[in-house]
Design a protein around this ligand. Sequence first.
Ligand SMILES: NC(=O)c1ccc[n+]([C@@H]2O[C@H](COP(=O)([O-])OP(=O)(O)OC[C@H]3O[C@@H](n4cnc5c(N)ncnc54)[C@H](OP(=O)(O)O)[C@@H]3O)[C@@H](O)[C@H]2O)c1
Length: 317
Amino acid sequence: MTETDLSHARAVRIERFGGPEVIDLADVAVPAPGAGALLVRTAFASVNPVDWKIAEGKYPPLGKDKLPIVLGRDLSGTVVAVGAGADAQIGDRVCAFIDTDRGAQSTLVILKPGEAVAVPEGVSFEDAGAVPLAAMTAWQGLFDHGGLEAGQSVLIHGGAGGVGHIAVQLAKWKGARVIATASAKDLDFVRSLGADQVVDYKAERFEDVAHDLDMVYDTQGGETQDRSFGVLRKGGILVSTLDPDAAKAEAMGVRTVPRWHASPDAAALRQVIDLMAAGTVKVTIAKAFPLDAIHDAQAFAQHEHPRGKVILTVAPD
Ligand SMILES: NC(=O)c1ccc[n+]([C@@H]2O[C@H](COP(=O)([O-])OP(=O)(O)OC[C@H]3O[C@@H](n4cnc5c(N)ncnc54)[C@H](OP(=O)(O)O)[C@@H]3O)[C@@H](O)[C@H]2O)c1
């Protein structure tokens, strides 16, 4: 494999399910891009909780029959080859949220027709590679599933996290009133994102400050979700990035959305990238690790309570 060899890539791969020990770097074959598809040399790929859930065999869409699996769902990079009729050119700067049939933590990645979003001047490759999955999770949860509108109120749990820090900004952009929970060390950060009110979830009960809300955006599940139904107005909605308790929602006279997984949506991602170019949405990157340090990157993201996103530096220009 050389810099100019486009038929092989170095990728973060699992051949079986388990802990960090199953994650390895492997040389993988890369197909030539088919009609309308692009081959991208990855600059930055993002690290997400779904990576270790997949590795542990705890992500239902990817069962044993899908092994071996290359990890990673989102990236930025430069187009190095194009399929017939593709609407991009070699050298274009793009980012994408890709389906689970490929992995983004790889030096070369195929983008299917319609997946790539141009990265404009004014948006860094780092930010463009960090944000697609988190932004689509925030967007789809708040707007597509939750129907958040201007003038409504929303409680966002985990406002300093990868998803939460984007959700706070998107909800404010929409014109909602935002209450967000975070740890004490992150309260000023979450305020700086535009949150109208912040709650130190370890020191205060969010129920003491949040009442009659239109929406809860839950990134925590468990006890946090359980206590959240009570802060909604009758008919309000709880949208969870994890498992929502539909029976509890019904009993409390509120709504919820069945379990969903964020999915690629280039049109929505393009809007987020435009908001980033305009300075309306700012991405926070806690730390970048080289691709070879994937174990350190995952351990940091999983255990060190980073603010915002963790990314892998793959092959920056
Ligand atoms: N359904 C989907 O498609 C989808 C997509 C993306 C993510 N997810 C899931 O959504 C969750 C969040 O993802 P992420 O990428 O944002 O993770 P993350 O970057 O690890 O953020 C989680 C945040 O939650 C905070 N937190 C921890 N305990 C909390 C509590 N009790 N109350 C309020 N905040 C708390 C953490 O801060 P401190 O620990 O520092 O306090 C951290 O800032 C993960 O479980 C992920 O798997 C689902």
